[in-house]
Design a protein around this ligand. Structure first.
Ligand code: FMN
Length: 185
């Protein structure tokens, strides 16, 4: 029993502070960001959300996402309200989720430890547009371009449910090992 780590719901007492402007929340943001790795209780893949609105573009690491159903073909993702990605997804109602494999820890680290408000995280990624204008990343295991169908506030996050419009799968890659329990711990 003594080895067990108490899992505390840190969200409630931090919502108040997160309602301050993002610049004032540097320390809290860093804590929350680290909590995606240290406080995870369910193993999940790690991916990045690509978002774009007019001439703004961003990439953010996520681990709180999964498929909802194959009919309709939908997935959900939970995005912190303070993130730049949240602003871009709320505005454009579109995003692409790229599932990373176990060789792509550095991408997860780079896109999960700085905000696109201050750093151009897309500069070092090999991004391109698909036939319908969807944003994709070369050298990724799987990508799904999505349109938001529904969203719900959830404490410090918004839960987005989105239709998968198109996708790409790289058959030479796989996700044998989850980044969250290997390279990022
Ligand atoms: C492994 C890992 C998983 C993460 N998962 C999520 C997540 O599911 N949802 C989220 O809002 N932030 C998540 N984050 C934190 C964001 O990636 C981080 O706050 C990022 O700097 C926000 O970028 P942006 O402001 O450019 O959108 C995660 C970070 C890491 C390192």
């Amino acid at each position: 029993m003594a080895d067990k780590k108490a899992v505390r719901n840190v969200v409630d007492d931090e919502i108040y502070q997160l309602s301050r402007p993002p610049e004032a929340n540097g320390m809290i943001e860093r804590r929350l960001r680290r909590s995606y790795v240290d406080d995870s209780v369910v193993v999940s893949p790690v991916g990045i959300i690509l978002s774009e609105w007019q001439d703004e573009r961003n990439a953010m690491t996520v681990s709180s996402f999964s498929e909802v159903a194959h009919f309709p073909t939908t997935l959900w993702v939970s995005i912190a309200r303070t993130s730049y990605t949240h602003h871009l997804v709320q505005t454009s109602r579109r995003f692409t989720i790229v599932v990373l494999d176990d060789t792509q820890g550095p991408i997860a680290e780079a896109c999960g430890t700085a905000s696109g408000r201050t750093v151009n995280k897309c500069r070092d990624l090999n991004l391109y547009h698909g036939p319908e204008g969807e944003l994709f990343m070369k050298d990724s295991f799987a990508s799904a371009a999505c349109r938001v169908r529904n969203s719900r506030p959830l404490g410090a996050h918004t839960l987005f449910i989105a239709d998968i419009l198109s996708g790409e799968l790289e058959t030479r890659r796989n996700i044998r090992r989850h980044l969250l329990t290997t390279d990022l711990v």
